[in-house]
Design a protein around this ligand. Structure first.
Ligand code: BEZ
Length: 212
């Protein structure tokens, strides 16, 4: 099944390195990052999961729960976690789904047969507290993802939801942001953005980041 932006993230029940997971129940009111990796005991995946563990405080600050997935079974995940902790100098602090029967992989279209007919690709979904999918990315097996970029997208999505702003190219936390084009009422704009804004063009209005 293809997952598109705005879709409700499919719910599932599956085993994981931290026991049985009922996905929606596990998410609760949090944001979620569900990401698949090709296989346990592979080098790039080892660095990705280690780095994700190190971002624990950054995820917590944003109200985000992380969960990984591959088609390996629980006993393999548990042995591999020891390696991740040892080699990446961390402690894996999120569940890894054991999708040996490919139930979740099929639901989320994580096996791309023309890339590899058995292993999951490197896909990632950001899911909001309403269980809506807000970001999808798929990377090749040979390229580790940039998890700082994932945090940057979460920051941008949360700014949009909370302040009616969007973020321009290469935006970093603290940079100017863009007032969403649908916001036209000058009284509302003045209330929302007391620091003012500058209109480079009528459709390109920049304002200081509201939560700074
Ligand atoms: C890795 O995680 O290192 C990897 C997995 C599959 C293919 C290439 C690299």
């Amino acid at each position: 099944m293809t997952i598109r932006l705005g879709d409700i993230a499919p719910d599932f029940e599956q085993d994981s390195s931290e026991g049985r997971i009922r996905f929606h129940e596990w998410l609760g009111d949090s944001w979620g990052i569900l990401f698949s990796h090709p296989a346990d005991f592979t080098p790039v995946c080892t660095t990705e999961l280690g780095f994700t563990a190190k971002l624990k405080d950054e995820f917590a600050k944003r109200g985000v729960k992380a969960i990984a997935l591959s088609v390996d079974p629980v006993d393999s995940h548990l042995k591999w976690i020891d390696d991740i902790n040892e080699t990446q100098n961390t402690a894996v602090n999120f569940p890894i789904i054991a999708d040996a029967d490919r139930k979740v992989s099929d639901l989320y279209d994580l096996i791309h047969p023309n890339a590899n007919d058995t292993l999951t690709v490197r896909s990632l979904f950001v899911i909001d507290p309403n269980k809506k999918v807000r970001l999808t990315i798929t990377y090749p097996a040979s390229t580790g993802r940039n998890f700082h970029e994932i945090l940057r997208v979460v920051d941008s999505l949360q700014l949009t939801d909370n302040y009616k702003v969007a973020t321009p190219a290469n935006w970093q936390d603290g940079d100017e942001v863009v007032i969403v084009p649908s916001l036209k009422d000058e009284t509302e704009i003045a209330q929302r953005f007391p620091k003012g804004y500058r209109a480079v063009k009528p459709y390109l209005r920049l304002t200081p980041q509201p939560n700074k």
